[in-house]
Design a protein around this ligand. Sequence first.
Ligand code: APR
Length: 237
Amino acid sequence: MIATWLKESRHIVIFTGAGMSTESGVPDFRSKRGLWHGKDPQSLASTNAMKHNQKEFVDFYRMRIEALQNVKPHNGYNILTTWAKWLQLKSIITQNTDGLHEQAGNINVIPLHGTIRQLHCHSCGVVYSTERYFHGHLYCNCGGFIRPPVVLFGESLDSNLLTLAEKEAQQSDLFIVLGSSLVVSPANSFPIIAKEHGTKLVIVNQDQTPLDSIADAVINNRKIGDVLRDISEEFII
Ligand code: APR
């Protein structure tokens, strides 16, 4: 059924969360082995943590940056590249900051939550290499604190990216969620916006999500890589 929808669709949008990267060895946040398991995200990934818990904040992001050094996009990312070539896949809205969509050559990626592939000054915005976090050089020449350009809890998303993602959700006729618990707003509003515009909504997520009840198709308890492979095998592209 999903393969048929893919073939018939004129504007496919893929929406990914941390579950898209776990098969590449990057932990997600809220499943049993996730980064937030037994931790308070506000104490590590918030503006408050950046100001008042700086050592733990830097250690947390240095650990995540270091973990990316030997990580490669799994075959699921390559399948998305193929879909963009042979089908009407128009954009990938991602909550992920690991840069794996870009590394895999996926096109039209909308990185809602930014990236941990570089750092920048919180005050003047000058971009720095992540190396700064391995040598303890935490301050910019302007005196500002150097941090990853990600959306911390307590910060707003980039308005241009929000507008782009909303337009894609409204124009889509097939919206496929891959690996998100869909509990963080405003990112979790895009599947709803798509559905409100009559789009077919597909959710592929090991655990159940709060939006499963409005989806046209839900695939729980299966790995994204296997699901994408099986769908692709249903048509020769
Ligand atoms: N195949 C299918 N589903 C998977 C896989 C997999 N291989 N691995 C994990 N999952 C599912 C988990 O069941 C989980 O429900 O992916 C989901 C990931 O959910 P979260 O860990 O909550 O990640 P995400 O939805 O991306 O979080 C959104 O929260 O902390 C913030 O900024 C952070 O962008 C992140 C946002």
